[in-house]
Design a protein around this ligand. Sequence first.
Ligand code: DX5
Ligand code: ZN
Length: 218
Amino acid sequence: MRPLIAPSVLASDFANLQSEVEMLNKSQADWLHIDIMDGRFVPNISFGFPVMQAIKKHAQKPMDVHLMIVEPELYIEQFRAAGADVISVHIEACNHLHRTIQQIKATGAKAGVAVNPHTSVNLLDDIIADLDLVCIMSVNPGFGGQKFIENTYRKTEALKNLIIQRNSQSLIEIDGGVNQQNAPKLLQSGADVLVAGSFVFTAEDPIATIANLKQSSN
Ligand code: DX5
Ligand code: ZN
């Protein structure tokens, strides 16, 4: 099985967003990964609804929205209305994760949970059967272009085992520092979706870079 590739628009040229999205439309990218940061959950602010709507206007692929915000439950319906197809909330930001997952599903979007590098995937034991996606952070969220954390492989294997054990349909997404070198081992560990920001957008040929990532195999 080939991985799904989700380039992170955070690393694109915001002054040329339309052409960047059109490039992704032409490429073998499966999803557009949309990073929302609030300056509270993470020490950075990215962009919000107007920019997301502008992306949606040109995007021909599903929008995979990664909410790095506190109290995400206050904005789920608005993110869905702005075009989100998959919505992931951070486990560290949710006091009532089960309720928030049901809230996401009620909008018709797919529901995901993101986990920071310090968060054990064992905490997902009682929710994994309800999830469409788990996003394992392979860097500390907040910035693109950071170094991949090696413990991610072990964590991905542990999550894969949990998914099998609980008979869950959840996909495993890896987010942060993903490149051509670590992709094969991530797939071997059980990853289904690879997010890649700077690796794609700083490449001389982003379309070829996406195609190469898509060809990665374990
Ligand atoms: C980090 C974001 C990532 C980021 C990935 O907080 O969640 O999606 O854009 O960028 P790279 O691939 O450059 O690490
Ligand atoms: Zn992300």
